[in-house]
Design a binder for this molecule. Structure first.
Ligand code: DAH
Length: 353
């Protein structure tokens, strides 16, 4: 039998007063969630009653529908208020429970960690600091840049066209709102050109990210150090001198280097700079993969399009740039065979440095 108007309104009233009473008695968010299902869920009291609207003639239906919707909205608002109260109470309890005394002496270090007073700087930070000293002594400033970048700074301004295959070599992680984790420190070249007035020399040590298949030489997170010199006349000769000096300082001995052509969209000409293997002196070993040389420093002269993207006139300014693999350098220096060690919290690894 079809439902009576009065009975519909009566039930609506009942549901409303019952729910309000129950809301006041609920004391946890999980109880609240149950209540939500009971009343607003697909088969909940309110939803079931609303379904009955269809049984009324149209003029009654619109009147009752309006009333029912009004009650429903009111109930949902009350629900939200209670939800907020309960969340707030939970935070208050948490704050109470998690309170701690910052003046208490620390707990002893777990077995295997450095003992008190034996802690030291991480190997990547140690080498970074050394490089910073070398470069500041040559008149470079140290810059930092965002790790969450835009496509423009990471790719577009660096002369990667929209569909350039080089983008594929630097796959990365994207956020839902259109940002990405920078794949290299090179975006800071562009930010520097936009913000500093030339001539200038900068280095940019920092964390970078790639979407990689992980193995002994690939990690999703690692460190690079970008370098850039902008001046009126910059040549490959300047670049070579800079790279040679840098490597001699890092390895604290004479080094032999060679240049090979290398492709990066943001430099022209672009190079891969190799260093005669310090371990075998060029005879061939596992570190240089039997080639006698190790690849250490991609570099080149800044492409005119990149100068333009940074707001500089390529007819007036020239640039040299390099991208040093900081993590790789640390691996070479300490003969670390697997990059994944850096991400492990294994004290046996860290204690060696
Ligand atoms: N950004 C490049 C990469 O991560 C490395 C690089 C190459 C940087 C050449 C440079 C450069 O500044 O000139 O693969």
């Amino acid at each position: 039998m079809a439902m009576e108007r009065e009975s519909f309104l009566g039930q609506l009233d009942l549901i409303s007063s019952q729910l309000k009473e129950k809301l006041a008695e609920v004391h946890s968010e999980s109880e609240l969630e149950k209540l939500r299902q009971e009343y607003f869920g697909k088969k909940g009291f309110l939803s079931s009653l609303l379904k009955k609207l269809g049984e009324f003639p149209s003029e009654e239906r619109s009147e009752l529908g309006k009333k029912a919707n009004f009650v429903k909205e009111e109930l949902m608002a009350t629900f939200q208020v209670r939800e907020r109260q309960l969340r707030y109470l939970r935070y208050e309890r948490l704050a109470e429970e998690e309170w701690f005394d910052v003046t208490e002496p620390p707990l002893p270090f777990p077995e295997g960690y450095h003992k008190k007073g034996e802690g030291h700087i991480h190997p990547v930070s140690q080498v970074q600091k050394e490089l910073e000293d070398i470069f500041t002594s040559m008149g470079f400033s140290i810059l930092d840049g965002p790790q969450v970048e835009t496509d423009f700074y990471n790719f577009g301004a660096l002369n990667f066209t929209e569909d350039h295959p080089a983008r594929e070599m630097q796959d990365t992680f994207y956020t839902n709102d259109g940002f990405l984790l920078r794949t290299h420190t090179s975006p800071v070249q562009v930010r520097a050109m936009q913000q500093l007035s030339p001539p200038f020399r900068i280095i940019v040590p920092g964390r970078v990210f790639r979407y990689e298949e992980l193995d002994a030489s690939h990690e999703h997170t690692f460190y690079q150090m970008e370098g850039m010199v902008i001046d009126r006349e910059v040549s490959v000769g300047h670049l070579l001198f800079l790279m040679h000096t840098l490597l001699k300082e890092i390895f604290k001995q004479e080094v032999n280097i060679r240049l090979r052509p290398g492709y990066f969209p943001f430099v022209e000409p672009g190079f891969e700079l190799d260093m005669l293997c310090l371990l075998c002196g060029g005879k061939g070993c596992s570190v240089c993969k039997q080639t006698g040389y190790v690849e250490v420093l991609p570099c080149g002269l800044v492409h005119p399009n990149v100068l333009r993207a940074g707001g500089l006139d390529p007819m007036k300014w020239q640039g040299a740039a390099f991208g040093l693999g900081l993590t790789r350098l640390v691996m070479l220096r300490y003969k670390i065979e697997d990059i994944r060690h850096f991400m492990s919290a294994d004290p046996a690894f860290l204690r060696q440095f």
